[in-house]
Design a protein. Sequence first.
Length: 265
Amino acid sequence: MLIPVTDPSDPRLADYVALRDTSLRKAIETERGLFIAEGEKVIRRALEAGYSPRSFLLAERWLPGLSDVLAPHEDVPLYVVSEAMAEAVTGFHVHRGALASLHRRPPTPMSDLLGARRLVVAEDIVDHTNVGALLRNAAGLGWDGVLLAPRAADPLYRRAVKVSMGTVFSLPWARVDDWATALPTLRQAGFTVVALALTTDAIDLDAFVAAGVPDKLAVVVGTEGDGLSAHWIAQADAVVSIPMQHGVDSLNVAAATAVACWALR
């Protein structure tokens, strides 16, 4: 259903309006049960993962490259626009010239991930870029899934999806059932819970690895500003820190997660 569109106020393009307005997008995407995929690779990975499209918004130059994954969805509206039109609708320069609106799936329950061996658990990480990078790190370094506290950013928000390079579609992730009891639930499921934090009694990551890495492990990381809450630190089996030099006390949360995932893989 190739549909040329030249009017940026066309109501059929409502799913793609103001993609940089985070507050507006949260309301739109929650209300309509959708998320936006940006770029050829991300769209391809979403479709290959079985997500159902609502519509596509593509510059003409992307039609040949996506023809194989678009073909099974010939009943889905495909709005063909100029790149200037895409910018007028979305509010930013869509440099990859390709967008898709897809249906969200029902949330994965936390219980589905309790049989894993390696989990990353993110408390209140609110930056979508960090959430996307964390998912990509966990997937790329062979971990089994990610659990997110209720206030952590949405992994299906456009920016998180883009930074994750589509790994959000293949790596299992879920919200914890309850912030207060999430870590005891993991411990009851057989996980050793390791908090990545700067405390006076923290064990160097090197020393923790040298002592023997547990078979089931959950690494817990905290929000960008204050790190992990005292409540979650107190519930962990061990507190671990990455040895630092040159007066630097810590790394960005996504970078720190990558280091920990590599060391504890």
